[in-house]
Design a protein around this ligand. Sequence first.
Ligand code: AMP
Ligand code: MG
Length: 299
Amino acid sequence: MTDPKRAALRKFIDPLRVEPGSTVILPHGFDPRHTAGYVAKADADEALRSSIALLAEYQDRLSAQDTYAVLVVLQGLDASGKDGTVKHVMSGVNPAGVHVRSFKVPSVEELNHDYLWRYARALPERGAIGIFNRSHYEEVLVVRVHPENLERQRLPSIQRGKSVWQRRFREINEWERYLVDNGIHIVKVFLNVSKEEQRRRFLERIKEMRKNWKFSAADVLERRHWDEYQQAYSDVLSNTSTKWAPWYVVPADDKWFTRLATASLVVDALMRIDPQYPEVGPAERDLLAKAKAELEAEG
Ligand code: AMP
Ligand code: MG
């Protein structure tokens, strides 16, 4: 922890963390416009570039070590910047080592299984970085705001009562603990966009023809449930920020800041893992020497 780069990074991301056991009532305590002292995009460009370079370097080591994986859980309302964040943060890394998975309305096959099944199948393998663009948290967000989703899951009666959300929080926490214990490091990011900024982004998507494809009429219907989503998110942050997998609330009204903060969180996770290139032992070194001699003899 004496590394000054590491200390600066922690100073930057620590204020975004939801302390395990604390109670969150959005929007209190988390300003969507916070930019940690950066004033404009240009100030942050250099920092973003260096984070992305670090990410690429660490990813190579993660892959070589082949022991740990990183799972980035990206949550946020429509137009909070999830897709753009994935695109920018992962721009410098080797695509072979990153898997992005987006979760939509569950299919018939998915509904035929327990609710965590489809997320478990999409986990990154050792050595890889996996990104969940929406995640198992939708099971306590959209499913809670629109209970007809729960009906479709055909649950046994014990799972249907009022305590279903508390039960799911516990199950998710336990599942994540199991994953962390087994080498899957989890980085949970909530992109915190304000209602006014969402309105502005929707309008932009409608007015600019090139952005029309991004807009869906359903988005405006979802927006009507803004307060219910804020409540559901508050409950998620209060109940599932754990020592082993804490939540980070990333301000999302300035896209450049969202990208810098998210990249920094992934870099921090990789620094904690601190993956090392495997050491070559005497037996392997012997084999390398023999192979070298053989190749050189051909020349
Ligand atoms: P998008 O992220 O814009 O591509 O939209 C994906 C849609 O799938 C969103 O409207 C989500 O609310 C919805 N969705 C994601 N996961 C679930 C889930 N587990 N149950 C129901 N709807 C979901
Ligand atoms: Mg959408």
